[in-house]
Design a protein around this ligand. Structure first.
Ligand code: DHB
Ligand code: FE
Length: 279
């Protein structure tokens, strides 16, 4: 049976792509952010995942406001990046793990999650930049399964529902026939708000409490409804739903391997956590 070997959660700001393209990793502004990934690179060299299931939110590249699925799972043979208007170089395509895609789709549907299945899908910065942070050479050593959660157009799925989705994904991976080593990743957050009266809003206290909760009390944030999450984390800070889904997939107990938190990267408080499941 396949095995979940770890889970990683990270911010996904487009400016990271610009910093990579201009090789600014050692500049004072960027160094505290990029340095956070060195322990992740060491862990990846040991852990050697075969497949990554990526929880992320599309920002208008694959889905636009006219058609907005709550949960969408990729089942394509490969996934390309495309120009989103940020002026970022495109990254090489990703190879899909279609066997796991369809197994997830079957298992989640059997657990009453109503999914959109995508046999063609382009992936935006929320997918590509975390991949480039993990594998800076951009020669992807893993196959992928994208799982998209709507956080861009209301109404959004609740934190409770996203945690439950993650739990179901965890069960589905564990029941996938094969010897693959599977990693789960969630991208977005942490607190930020790009528009409106509170543009620039960051909530350090909430972010730190949220990160801490993921270690020992992972369902803590599921007490909040969408409006409470927006109030605490900002309109785009609701991307923390990806972190909850990732944590849900890892099961009740985890070991925290690494954590980094840095303010600001562009308009966000950037966060990074790496966990291993404990049987
Ligand atoms: C920024 C953050 C995001 O999550 C995003 O998707 C786009 C931009 C920012 O802080 O600039
Ligand atoms: Fe975003």
């Amino acid at each position: 049976m396949a095995q979940i070997i770890g889970g990683l959660t990270t911010s996904h700001v487009p400016a990271i792509g610009r910093a990579i393209a201009k090789q600014l990793q050692h500049e004072p502004y960027w160094k505290p952010f990029f340095d956070g990934y060195a322990p992740v690179h060491r862990w990846l060299a040991q852990a050697r995942p075969d497949v990554v299931v990526v929880f992320y939110n599309d920002h208008g590249l694959n889905f636009f406001l006219d058609k907005m699925p709550t949960f969408a799972v990729g089942a394509a043979p490969n996934y390309r990046n495309a120009d989103e208007g940020w002026g970022l170089p495109q990254v090489p395509p990703f190879q899909g793990e279609q066997g796991l895609s369809w197994h997830l789709i079957d298992a989640l549907t059997a657990e009453d999650f109503d999914l959109t299945t995508c046999q063609e899908m382009v992936v935006d910065h929320a997918f590509t930049l975390p991949m480039a942070l993990l594998w800076p050479e951009q020669q992807w050593p893993v196959k992928v399964v994208p799982v998209c959660i709507n956080t861009v157009q209301f109404p959004l799925p609740s934190a409770r529902r996203c945690y439950a989705l993650g739990e179901a994904v965890g069960r589905a991976i564990a029941s996938w026939d094969g010897a693959q080593r599977v990693m789960v990743m969630g991208t977005g957050g942490l607190s930020h708000q790009l528009d409106g009266e509170r543009a620039g809003f960051i909530n350090r206290d909430f972010d730190l409490q949220f990160m801490e909760s993921l270690v020992h009390d992972p369902q803590w944030a599921t007490q909040f409804n969408t409006h409470e999450l927006v109030e605490k984390a900002g309109t785009q800070g609701v991307e923390l739903l990806m972190w909850l889904a990732t944590r849900g997939a890892l099961g009740a107990k985890v070991r925290e391997v690494h954590r980094n938190y840095h303010i600001p990267i562009s308009n966000t408080a950037s966060g990074l956590m790496l966990f291993e499941p404990v049987a």
